[in-house]
Ligand binder design. Structure first.
Ligand SMILES: [Zn+2]
Length: 723
């Protein structure tokens, strides 16, 4: 096989390019992760940009609550946001069903509910095996020559359907720039010299949302299994000279992964079809064996100084020295599959504890923007240009270290330092693009507001089970601090880039509320006879199972189960003719089952205090329409304020008890909460005429303003036209 094959015209330098080592790496590396790449090499420019005085700037502040925003504005903390509200409009903004970021931002971008764009949750399910799948991207793995060299490019298939309004605007000659665009991974072509950097759903180098490492000498308080969120915890043992070593786990080995995926698929199909456990045991054994050789790895070394106040970490010829509480600078990392094929990323370290015990956190390895192995930007070289302009920036869509704080591997201070770095990177990106590219349509999402609220809500809710007044005195202003970052960014944008021809929109995709109690929906389904188990103890699952394709619903007897829950508050009927082992007949039986479960959930009372747990249950056939109905949940649970679906339900498990107190630092949420209880917010520098604005209304408003015809299938209406 010749590696020197002529390819398309290289966009970056305008000359004919060969398949270089970089391209080969890209092709191999894409096979390493869970998500894969479309053709990133050949990208056409399309329509020329039109000359236009008008400009639209949209700032997305993820999960900003209108009520909290109003409170902070009234207290005088947010002068720029307040000035915008006084100049134009400030209102609630209706979110999607369910009100989760991938769903809501998709609804915003294609101006349609989920029946059209097909993103109903972070997760969806495989109808043949009942296993959860990532809802936004489907991996398609390549074959390997001699089990070593990837043959051809693997493909990424984005599962979002419908056309984002910026893609449509660019086709009509509007030069657009979308920074941290949600559910836009893998990055796709946008015409008219436009730019796109993918945000939420862009994975880390391993193809997961956040695989961090944690190295610790404290072997008694840690369990060295992968954590619920997929973190890798490794023991550290220092010798007399204060030296220790460990392993960093990189992407999956694509060769063993390929074998594993095939084997697992076979196992899950057999299991769903009711195969005997003896038949499955052999396959399980083979899978365990493959697990042990499943990752590309690199060694890491540690040298603790004699006074135990400083540690030197060595990684691939680089070294960093840290004292307790410090974050290191960024370090490049390369994982080699063989002498030809490697894949680049970057990471950094935080010294959590130095002393008699040593604890070191290593952040998830990010896709390197200088040589990205997945298409994270359009044009393909934009991420590199940005890197050369502003330095390292986290490329992961979910960039904040929420998993590490939730699992108590880092503390609040370290989390906030990291979050501020993310904000600094992202505001630098936005200002640079606005200043240098002068787009007529600009859209950037900041997710720091969402992340800080998830992790710090218990510091502003005195009724939360883990509220602690002394810690609240220290961290109670963290959410406000992040709102103020947004306010300062808005101030800078307004003063430098907004004139009388500019339409300025600031919005959130949904609001927020407290997460005081978790609800095990599958357990409720079992207790009420809708789900039947065949074993006693049900296993707990973690995100490694999800990204590694573990088997789920292990103890569920599908021949007697009528409904099951997975994802964040979704319930599916085990429907005959749709699910592999469906038993509920379509038609009357299906419809009356929906009514029965919805009624039962609404009548359910918290065994602790008698409170109503579920505010509303949305029936899939009533709220969704479009081409993607087969994938739609049959019921969407809308919890009352204070309740949220439990983590284990999200992965399909059945833990004991229906309602449990939430004792975690992840203490605020919006997922699975009734969308009517947590609207988003909308600020605009013009008067909005329409009552009850909805996320779907932004796209037609923007297109009308820019003089671009609105696609017929868009469901929203212009905010400036009264109805
Ligand atoms: Zn969120």
């Amino acid at each position: 096989m010749s590696l020197e094959k002529t390819t398309c015209k290289d966009q970056a330098n305008g000359r004919m390019a060969k398949i270089s080592r970089r391209e080969l790496l890209g092709s191999a590396a894409a096979a390493l992760g869970a998500a894969v790449v479309p053709s990133a090499g050949c990208q056409g420019g399309g329509a020329k940009p039109r000359k236009l005085d008008k400009r639209v700037i949209i700032l997305g502040f993820d999960a900003v609550s209108p009520w909290l925003l109003k409170r902070y504005m009234d207290q005088g903390h947010l002068p720029n946001l307040k000035a915008l509200a006084e100049e134009g409009s400030f209102s609630e903004l209706q979110s999607s069903i369910p009100p989760e970021s991938p769903v809501a931002w998709s609804t915003f971008s294609v101006s349609a509910q989920a029946g059209v764009h097909g993103i109903y949750d972070f997760l969806n399910r495989d109808l043949a095996t009942y296993t959860p799948r990532i809802a936004s991207v489907k991996p398609v793995y390549p074959k390997f020559l001699w089990d070593l060299i990837p043959l051809g490019r693997p493909r990424a298939v984005s599962l979002q359907t419908g056309k984002p309004f910026w893609k449509h605007a660019a086709e009509h000659g509007i030069k657009s720039a979308m920074i941290e665009a949600p559910v836009a991974f893998p990055a796709y072509e946008v015409q008219a010299e436009s730019i796109l950097l993918s945000g939420l759903t862009t994975p880390d180098l391993r193809g997961t949302q956040a695989t961090y490492h944690f190295f610790t000498t404290d072997i008694y308080s840690e369990d060295f299994e992968d954590t619920e969120f997929g973190g890798k915890v490794s023991p550290l043992q220092f010798d007399k000279q204060g030296r220790a070593q460990a392993t960093v786990y990189g992407p999956w080995n694509p060769v063993t992964r390929q074998k594993r995926v095939r084997l697992l698929d076979k196992r899950n199909r057999l299991a769903a079809a009711g195969a005997h456990s003896r038949e499955l045991a052999g396959l399980d054994q083979e899978l365990d064996l493959l697990d042990s050789e499943n990752y590309l790895t690199i060694p890491i070394t540690f040298k603790l100084e004699t006074d135990k106040r400083k540690i030197v970490i060595g990684l691939q010829g680089q070294s960093v020295s840290l004292t307790q509480g410090q974050w290191s600078q960024w370090l490049d990392v390369e994982f080699e599959l063989n002498f030809l094929v490697g894949v680049r990323g970057f990471t950094r370290f935080h010294a959590v504890e130095l002393g008699d015990e040593v604890k070191i956190f290593m952040s998830p390895v990010e896709i390197h923007p200088e040589e990205p192995v997945f298409p994270i930007s359009y044009p393909a070289d934009f991420s590199r240009k940005l890197f050369r302009g502003i330095g390292y920036y986290k490329t992961r869509g979910w960039a904040a270290e929420t998993a590490a704080l939730k699992e108590r591997k880092i503390d609040e201070k370290a989390f906030m330092q990291d979050l501020e770095d993310i904000f600094t990177q992202r505001s630098a990106m936005g200002l640079k693009v606005l200043g240098e590219e002068r787009p007529n349509l600009f859209f950037e999402v900041f997710s720091e507001t969402d992340r800080v609220q998830h992790m710090f809500w218990h510091y502003i809710d005195q009724t939360h089970p883990v509220y602690d007044s002394s810690l609240a005195a220290e961290f109670g202003d963290s959410i406000l601090r992040v709102y103020r970052w947004m306010d300062s960014f808005l101030g800078e944008v307004r003063s430098r880039f907004v004139n009388r021809d500019t339409l300025l929109i600031v919005l959130s995709d949904h609001g927020f509320s407290s997460f005081r109690k978790g609800v095990n929906i599958n357990t409720w389904l079992v207790e009420n006879g809708y789900m039947k188990l065949q074993g006693q103890d049900d296993p707990r699952y973690n995100l490694k199972d999800l990204f590694g394709g573990g088997d789920f619903f292990r103890n569920v007897d599908w021949s007697r189960t009528r409904a099951y829950s997975l994802g964040l508050g979704l319930i599916f009927v085990n429907l005959a003719g749709r699910e592999a082992r469906g038993i509920v007949r379509p038609g009357d039986e299906y419809r009356s089952l929906l009514g029965e479960i919805a009624g039962g959930l609404k009548a359910f009372r918290d065994p602790g205090d008698g409170a109503q747990v579920v505010s509303n249950v949305y029936l899939g056939p009533e709220v969704y329409r479009g081409r993607r109905l087969d994938e739609a949940p049959d019921l969407v649970v809308g919890f009352n304020t204070g309740y949220r679906v439990s983590w284990q339900t999200a992965l399909g498990a059945v833990p004991p008890g229906v309602v449990e107190p939430n004792l975690e630092k992840w203490s605020g949420d919006h997922c699975s909460v009734d969308r009517d209880l947590i609207p988003g917010m909308l600020l605009c520098n013009r008067k909005v005429a329409r009552a009850g604005p909805d996320l779907r209304d932004i796209a037609p408003t923007v297109l009308n303003y820019l003089g671009v015809p609105v696609p017929e299938q868009y469901e929203g209406a212009d905010l400036f036209e009264q109805v």
